[in-house]
Design a protein around this ligand. Structure first.
Ligand code: CTP
Ligand code: MG
Length: 225
């Protein structure tokens, strides 16, 4: 197998709130997680998806991914980093050359993003989509501004992030806790990680308003041309 993709769905969505974790909420009538899986497959370059979710949701996740090239879901952990590690360990038997790591809470990945990440991996150990920061940044304590922080060279990291499989697995087996994305593990170890263009529409559903923004991003796909 050349390219496997972890679909990270073991979070509880505490910032969004509600009874149902955000990856299971419907957007245009289909669960966020299903949109995210189909988005990964759109460029035709991913051989298999490995979902990672909470233990009691495994059967449900498997059924939500029916008809797609998905492996049986495996159980995640308390942090995203623990969940990614669990997914990588389960993929290690298959030995993919490349692994993508994608948030199930990101249902809108534009066509071409996966292709761009994989192309950048030809010359680096890691590649991620990222958006340059557009707003002016303020460093503050509570509501008191201390100073303005230069935004030049600052990016907002998105997923799917891509890595040479062996590199990411080795780092996850040895790294300390506390990384908020997978690229951070490579950066800390001195590996080259490249940026490819991200997209404003590739929102991570985090707070309530994000559901509407994601739905707006999906809509164009459902309007016949
Ligand atoms: N995730 C995971 N395992 C965890 C935590 C998060 O697989 N222990 C996944 C989430 O399901 C999500 C992605 O990682 O698709 C990004 O995490 P985040 O947006 O923080 O989602 P949650 O942790 O679910 O939300 P919150 O932090 O608000 O509780
Ligand atoms: Mg979280």
């Amino acid at each position: 197998m050349r390219v496997a993709a972890l679909l990270m769905a073991a979070g509880r969505g505490e910032r969004l709130g509600g009874n149902e974790a955000k990856q299971f909420l419907p957007l245009l009538g289909r669960p966020v997680l299903r949109h995210a899986a189909e988005a990964l497959l759109r460029d035709g370059l991913v051989d298999a998806i490995q979902p990672v979710c909470a233990e009691p949701e495994r059967a449900r996740v498997d059924s939500l991914l029916t008809g797609l090239p998905a492996l049986p879901a495996v159980t995640g952990g308390a942090t995203r980093q623990d969940s990614v590690r669990a997914g990588l360990e389960s993929l290690s038997a298959l030995g993919p050359a490349i692994v993508l790591v994608h948030d199930a809470a990101r249902p809108v990945v534009p066509a071409g993003t996966v292709a761009a990440v994989l192309a950048a991996l030809e010359t680096s150990e890691g590649a991620i989509p990222a958006q340059p920061v557009a707003d002016t940044l303020k460093l503050a304590e509570a509501d008191k501004i201390l100073r303005t922080v230069p935004r030049e060279g600052l990016y907002r990291a998105q997923t799917p992030q891509g890595f040479r499989f062996g590199t990411l697995l080795a780092l996850h087996r040895s790294a300390p806790e506390g990384a908020t994305d997978d690229a951070a593990l490579l950066e800390a170890a001195g590996h080259a990680v490249r940026i490819v263009p991200g997209s404003e529409s590739n929102v991570k559903i985090t707070y309530p308003g994000d559901l509407e923004r994601a739905e707006a991003g999906l809509l164009p796909r459902y309007i016949p041309r």
